[in-house]
Write a protein that binds this ligand. Structure first.
Ligand code: ZN
Ligand code: ZN
Ligand code: FE
Length: 759
């Protein structure tokens, strides 16, 4: 009897949804079916892959089990459904050509770091791709950065101009090969190659020679512009003070930390402390920059990340970077190849012009970059990954919506750290980081990103969402170009409401929730600058239930560069300005502006409060980059173990900092020098107070879900302590994971506002 049972034949259909295209899923299914003696077929469709298999029941069950258990490393299965069918008696198992119309709506995958198999081949002298800088397979290599249109197929990529040689084409067509349908497949005989250019664009060397000479130049202290995967890097020897400072001077970047690239995990551990989870992210196919605690080492220049307890570290993510690291045998700086306020360069001729005066040499190649993707940045917060800059490796992997949207919604994002977003059916696609929209080049990149999303998905917008700020370049772009080109009405969305909805989406939760939205600045519903907000989020509406007591900010948005302006405004409002003594002419002018209320809008911003306290305690006097003073205050606080807090009042929803400010002055002013409280302790007490404020404000409300969002929650100390205290008080606390808490996440929240309004 049991023998008969084993012989029972059946046919089953499996529908697999998720990120299963372009990751070697069909060859994997093919191999699995052959191994289990099953006939039938596999095909890509709109949302993933469809499989029909016929054979013994036992084998089919085993096949289905292994399919889910052993799927390729980069495949993400979001749903798996089975269906019983009548036998059809196919004679073999085949990979059926894609249904191209259907595939348009399938996901475009992000670029993935070189896989271990390709790395072994690249380092094997017997392999025909030995030391080939563009080796890749279905498990790794470029995707989004080379795609021109969908379906994702060789002619629709920037690899179209390279004709495959017989070896490559053999692999490409073999369903059992790791490179079956690997669209960027190439080798030294048929694919892109390297060239080394001088500042005038003269070719100094090519192929392997270009790499060797470029490496020698880096070792000799030169600045190298390197065309990577999604744009240019500027590279210099991280152990050479002169090289690091040369790059700082040329890039007009006095203190903002530079990212480090190290050859491997072992090296990373030599310079940084890391947890198991951080180690895993560092080595992941996304290969982001991970912010890790510094270890003292004489091998890294102190100018790489001055006054910062962390390094931003990444491992090589392309074969070219691996080869370079092997040659230079030392940690390097790998920072975005751009000028201040401009987006990253992607074209070698453009780079020659825009990076002239910064780079000494240019290591370039002839594989065009269609879509830019900078390095992503990740920080671990409360034991969980938080993406602070979402780009290479992460974007444009869609975020799944809880409900289908019947309309196509386009969002143009904010002004700083701009990204754009598109919602189609059940997917929300957030573009990679574009940058601040302060230059014509940045605006072009912003417009290109919008066009890319709309063209790839073949859609026109029914609605265009933007920020409420009338002077954001993105808002103006929506009005002048986007709505005209793609259709749709423009709907402005309040800045902090968008932050809150981005956080809801990131956590896949639904209202009601209390959103704590703290950042540098956002245009408020009353025309003042908001940034220290408590919003009640309901199904369709929000309510500003609480906020910080506003203070005047001389210069408004432009005050973000000068913490002194926040400090003077705060002290002025508190009636404490007389205590500081006005010394410089700038200080006297500030006082005058405040007295006469000349361009001094009111702000409730916690970001500016950080600036003010950093300035008052002498921790920082300048923001040479966004958030510098606030970061300095966080780092100072990290060195203190104080558990004390300052006093505050909350009355009619207004959080008053008056008592705290007086106590900070008292702490600083203690006549007996020995009792004077250190800046670190003041910074720590300030952080503790902010957490106390959140807990006190939350306890007064009925919502059990609390969201922590906005740029201020990139602060690890603030976030972790707040999560701990809120959870202890019985709240369900949510913060960010895949969508940045800063303005890089705004576009996704703007889309969500339209979706929630439809419900
Ligand atoms: Zn590979
Ligand atoms: Zn080839
Ligand atoms: Fe913001």
């Amino acid at each position: 009897m049991s023998k008969l049972k084993h012989k029972k034949h059946e046919r089953r259909k499996y529908t697999v949804d998720g990120a299963v295209q372009g990751v070697g899923f069909r060859p994997f299914i093919y191999r699995l079916a052959i191994e289990h003696d099953l006939n039938g077929w596999v095909q890509n469709n709109a949302s993933g892959v469809i499989i029909e298999v016929e054979g013994s029941s036992t084998n089919i069950s085993r096949f289905a089990e292994l399919l889910q258990k052993n799927s390729p490393p980069n495949a993400v299965i979001t749903s798996f459904a089975a269906e019983q069918l009548a036998l059809k008696n196919d004679s073999s198992f085949t990979i059926v050509d894609s249904d191209t119309d259907a595939e348009i709506s399938a996901s475009i995958l992000p670029d993935l770091a070189t896989c271990p198999d390709c790395l072994v081949e690249m380092n094997n002298p017997a392999n025909f791709r030995y030391r080939y800088a563009f080796i890749n397979c279905t498990n790794c290599g470029p995707r989004f950065t080379i795609v021109i249109g969908l379906p994702y197929d060789r002619p629709q990529t920037t690899m179209a101009e390279f004709k495959m040689c017989n070896c490559c084409s053999g692999e490409y067509k073999d369903p059992l090969d790791r490179r079956f349908h690997a669209q960027p497949i190439a080798c030294a005989n048929c694919g892109p190659h390297l060239e080394l250019w001088d500042k005038a664009g003269n070719v100094i060397a090519s192929h392997d020679d270009a790499l060797t000479q470029a490496s020698e130049a880096v070792k000799a202290g030169k600045v190298l512009a390197l065309k990577g995967l999604g744009g240019f890097h500027l590279i210099a020897d991280a152990g050479n003070d002169t090289a690091v400072n040369t790059l700082r001077q040329r890039k007009h970047r006095p203190r903002k930390p530079f990212a480090l690239m190290v050859a491997n995990l072992k090296q990373a551990k030599e310079y940084c402390v890391m947890s198991g989870a951080e180690e895993k992210t560092l080595q992941s196919p996304q290969a982001p920059i991970v912010l890790l605690g510094k270890k003292q080492s004489s091998k890294i220049s102190q100018y790489v990340a001055p006054e910062n307890p962390c390094y931003g570290v990444m491992l090589p993510s392309t074969p070219l970077h691996h080869l370079l690291m092997q040659e230079v045998e030392r940690p390097i700086i790998a920072t975005s190849g751009n000028r201040a306020n401009e987006p990253i360069c992607t074209d070698e001729h453009d780079a020659l012009e825009r990076l002239s005066g910064i780079a000494d040499l240019f290591l370039v190649h002839n594989r065009p970059i269609k879509n830019c993707a900078e390095d992503s940045i990740v920080r671990f917060m409360a034991g969980q990954e938080m993406v602070l800059r979402r780009a290479r490796g992460y974007a444009p992997l869609p975020l799944m919506l809880k409900q289908q949207t019947s309309r196509t919604i386009l969002a143009v994002g904010g002004h700083l750290k701009n990204t754009v977003a598109l919602a189609v059916a059940d997917k929300l696609i957030l573009s990679p980081h574009i940058g601040d929209l302060d230059s014509p080049q940045a605006l072009t990149a912003h417009e290109n990103a919008i066009n890319t999303l709309c063209q790839l998905y073949g859609v026109e917008a029914d609605m265009v969402a933007c920020d409420k700020h009338p002077n954001y370049a993105s808002t103006r772009m929506a009005e002048t170009h986007v709505a005209k080109k793609y259709g749709g009405n423009i709907t402005p969305v309040q800045h902090h409401y968008a932050h809150a909805l981005a956080c809801l989406l990131d956590n896949e939760i639904t209202p009601p929730a209390l959103a704590v939205v703290w950042d540098g600045a956002g245009y408020g519903d009353d025309g003042t600058i908001w940034g220290g907000e408590f919003l009640r989020i309901n199904e369709k509406v929000y309510e500003r239930i609480s906020h910080f007591r506003p203070f005047p900010l001389s210069g408004g948005d432009s005050a973000a560069k000068n913490p002194s302006r926040a400090a003077f405004g705060l002290l002025y409002e508190a009636g404490l300005l007389k205590n500081t003594g006005l010394e410089t002419s700038e200080e006297k002018l500030l006082k005058q502006a405040l007295d006469k209320n000349i361009n001094c809008p009111m702000t409730s911003s916690v970001g500016r409060l950080f600036d003010a306290i950093a300035y008052i305690t002498g921790v920082a006097t300048e923001n040479s980059f966004e958030g510098e003073a606030a970061m300095a205050l966080e780092f100072a606080a990290m060195t203190s173990g104080s558990t004390e807090s300052y006093d505050f009042d909350i009355q009619d929803g207004i959080i008053n900092w008056q008592k705290m400010l007086s106590q900070i002055f008292a702490d600083q002013d203690v006549a007996d020098q020995e009792n004077k409280v250190s800046a670190a302790d003041i910074a720590r007490k300030f952080h503790n107070t902010l957490t106390d404020i959140i807990v006190a404000a939350a306890i007064g409300q009925t919502e059990k879900q609390v969201l922590l969002t906005g740029g201020c929650f990139q602060n690890k100390l603030l976030l972790e302590r707040t999560v701990e205290k809120l959870e202890a008080a019985g709240f369900d606390v949510f913060w960010h994971n895949r969508i940045p808490p800063n303005d890089g996440g705004l576009a996704s929240g703007q889309v969500m506002a339209q979706i929630m309004a439809q419900l």
